[in-house]
Design a protein around this ligand. Structure first.
Ligand code: T46
Length: 133
């Protein structure tokens, strides 16, 4: 499955900690967009889609959230709960997000601008595309 957990270098001193994210260095693509998700309650699920070409790196800046990732052949569950770990998701991976902790904040770096046409929001269509590849 084209996903990876990336450990980010933490720079820290007595004042606290800092993580730097740089395109094509510790972020494995050119960054064109950054968005963040907050105020999602534990009973709310998000995601439930794949992307045709988009690559993303997702970091739980605060709190935790569970990802269910699916490439049409296998499924993997990953809990993001550290601000120094990034979840890289390559193209054409179905993702669902659930079990947000109260106050969880996810920061997402994306390889392209927002484009609703690039979303695959039907699971049947996603499976069809996987079979064609
Ligand atoms: C993903 C997961 C991790 C925009 O207008 N611009 C944006 O950049 C984004 C990301 C969303 N939107 C609009 C589209 C919807 O009307 O904001 C609304 C909520 O988006 P969505 O339902 O897609 O949110 P999530 O949390 O289900 O999924 C998001 C990303 O869309 C998606 O790419 O991989 O986070």
């Amino acid at each position: 499955m084209n996903i990876k957990l990336l450990k980010m270098k933490v720079l820290g001193d007595e004042r606290g900690k800092l993580v730097s994210l740089e395109a094509n260095k510790n972020v494995p693509f050119e960054i064109k967009r950054v968005y963040y998700i907050f105020d999602t309650l534990p009973e709310e699920d998000r995601g439930k889609h794949a992307h045709v070409n988009l690559e993303q790196l997702i970091i739980a800046i605060d709190g935790s959230c569970e990802f269910i990732l699916d490439d049409g052949k296998e499924k993997q569950n990953i809990v993001l709960n550290r601000p120094d770990i990034g979840l890289y998701i390559g193209k054409n991976i179905w993702r669902e997000m659930k079990n947000f902790s109260y106050g969880a904040k996810l920061m997402v770096l994306a390889s392209d601008y927002y484009d609703e046409k690039e979303y695959i929001r039907s699971y049947d269509e996603f499976l069809k595309i996987c079979k064609e590849k």
